[in-house]
Design a protein around this ligand. Sequence first.
Ligand SMILES: Cc1cc2nc3c(=O)[nH]c(=O)nc-3n(C[C@H](O)[C@H](O)[C@H](O)COP(=O)(O)OP(=O)(O)OC[C@H]3O[C@@H](n4cnc5c(N)ncnc54)[C@H](O)[C@@H]3O)c2cc1C
Length: 823
Amino acid sequence: MPEIQKDQSQNKVLPSHAKVVVIGGGVVGCSILFHLAKFGWKDVVLLERDELTSGSSWHAAGQIHTISSDPNISRLQSYTIDLYKEIEEVSGHSVGLNITGGFYLASTPEWYDYLKRERSKARYMGLNQEFISPREVAERHPLIDPKHYHAALWDDQDGDLDPSGATYAFAKAARVHGAEYFTHTPVTGTKQRPDGSWDVETPNGMINAEHIVNCGGLWAREVGHMQGVNLPVQPMEHHYLITDKIDAVANHPTRLPAGIDYEANIYFRQERQGMLLGTYEPKGTPWKVGGTPWDFGHELLQPDLDRIADRLEMSFERIPAIGEAGIKDMINGPFTFGPDGNPMIGPVPGMKNYWCAIGVMAGFCQGGGVGLTMAEWMIDGEPSIDVWAMDVARFGDFASPDWGTIKSTENYERRFVMTFPNETLPKGRMQKTTALYDRLIAKGALMDQSFGLEHALWFADNPEDAWETPSFERNRSHDYVAREVKAVREAVGGIEIANFAKHEFKGAGAREYLNKTLAGFIPKPGRITLTPMLTPNGKLYGDLTVACLAEDHFMLFGSGAMQDAHRRWFEKDLGTGFEKDLAVDVVYKNVSDDWHGISLSGPKSRELLSRLTRDDVSADALKFRDSRETYVAGVPVILNRISFSGELGYEIYCKPQYLLRLAESIEDAGADLGYRYYGARALMSMRLEKNWGAWTLDFRPDFDAVESGMDVFINWNKDFVGKAAAEKQKTEGAKQKLVTMVIDIDGIDVSNDEAILKDGKAIGYISSGGYAHHLQKSMAMGYVSIENVVTGTKVDIEILGEMYSAEIIGDALYDPSGAKIRA
Ligand SMILES: Cc1cc2nc3c(=O)[nH]c(=O)nc-3n(C[C@H](O)[C@H](O)[C@H](O)COP(=O)(O)OP(=O)(O)OC[C@H]3O[C@@H](n4cnc5c(N)ncnc54)[C@H](O)[C@@H]3O)c2cc1C
């Protein structure tokens, strides 16, 4: 049984004020407390309703590893593991760390492929991972029957620890650095004062805090409710077992390595003289959907062997000694998942000074990295690496508690299930749809969900034909996407653009605000510009299209997924409506859901548009980068002459209630022009042919304007956020740069994060790519070290373990002068 530790040093009086109050003394809260204090914020306090570790932290299995689907989360997991020695030394409290190394076992060719991708990532991340044969697996871990496996990926950083010890070590090390924590001090209320600070209520007194951090773990939802915040996380029941003594374990000269078998859905490690084995069953059991009771203490749940029987059967075949040993303990404990399985951390959009670090489902692998990131974010204003994969802002209003339960359960069930690059997950779908949903489905659309909203990926001939098998390789959608690209490049196509973000700025101060906030040129009325948005440290925080509808009225178009993060960014300056006395003459609103629309692209798009409007849309009357409010198909629209396909094109935004009218009219008017709908896959293919990067892939806060090439859009003759840093980057020169490559390959394309090598040495990695259907080439974009940024440089790209030669190209291979888009 896991042991509960107690802290006897709690008879101090609560302070009346703190810079930060961290709510919750699990591993995550304690790590945040430690990092805040270590980085210089001493006036920080953690409040725990019971003993430390009183949520899920005390009964964790304590297994630690670096592997994660997101490279930056992997980096932070590696940081977390390295940190344990430090907190042990600082605190004097043992974390019971055993770095045994560990393996990820591939029992099918698909899992072997998956691990080859992980190996490729590890190459450029500098993580020490190598493949070993089944025979070597058995040599390192004699309990494993090697006949089930093709290979294993070995990581020598993996191992296990004592979860309670680690949590206490974080807390005590935080104290050494000047922070304080109080146990048996439940937070019963959080009330915000007009100055934005918080009164944190407890039975032992009240603390006024500048910031609060919700680290409530199993009670994250309840802590959120205190301030009307609905967080889409869900505790899930989870089993692991501990065997009796196994002689082969007891007699083994060294501690046995840890392991994960994906197909069997199990993880395992040595526990004293026996083994610990945990499993993610295929049908997850959400725990306390209605809310976690406050009186839930250091309790475990009733184990249900039937639920995990098939998993155990498989694991007993693969590690027979576990099946033969008696079971000493069976643990069923709850822990909290988020909708995509990654943590939800950072400032909560729409709130001031309210932070959260919740849904951390692998707290002992990720807790250190979460603490580091939160402390950087709170103290420095931004994390040092892109943590989009953990940002709470990736879920907006659509992520209701019900949706959260559905998706978190799906994620639990898929914890060790491979997700292919072309795969769309089935649960929680149709959460948000547009008026075109049924129409596009009827036309054969295969849909995916982005920021809760359904959008078409590609179109088959009919609904029955709209399917594809999850795969790393090109698949049956390939020819359909090719057809869509052909329609756009040769005639005219239409894509729904409801899923682009739209941000509206109004007021006499809008231009001045945007000039300061955005690094690029702010357009005159009726015109459009593209501009990067930078953080104060000069990192990319947006690539936005700015349309000036009137001198005091602007619309910004950007990444749909980032819309709440951008909203949070703008509201930090302009207020959330909470600050009554904030004297700004600019009013901001995220109006993404108020504007749906269709983008027309292709050489015949002008002809099609002219049939739908009384406006003169000839090349001289409606120029490239013009914007106007007008009527198309008899409905009021914002009409922008731009396109992401590289063709002559128009974005037509209308209010959602007009979308069906607009779409029907376009279809009717375009029938004889070869009009066809196209989806996101075709769009992503066409933008590759233009060397255009995409947000969350090629453009993100890991990179600056110079590295990404976005500096060409900067207006250096004005003051803007991040200017000093950007100037420094420009003067000093970039160490890496975004390049486009053509790969000599057939049947498969990159699926992001592959290593780019030269002479066997990793020189960068792929940020995006795919098949360029018009050019009929496999293409990719990626960041490579500056000395390799030379047109014609030959590199190797590692795809599924094979090296493919590729060449760095200079100008776009399609319409490099931009004549088509300007036609
Ligand atoms: C069976 C099992 C096995 C696991 N195995 C592993 C593993 O091998 N490796 C791994 O990395 N992870 C593992 N985990 C997951 C790990 O336990 C969690 O990721 C981690 O505990 C989350 O920590 P936390 O701090 O976010 O939440 P919690 O541990 O739930 O902590 C939240 C804390 O907040 C306190 N709190 C809540 N509300 C208030 C309030 N109003 N006022 C004051 N205090 C409050 C609670 O009392 C609690 O102490 C496992 C989990 C389970 C259940």
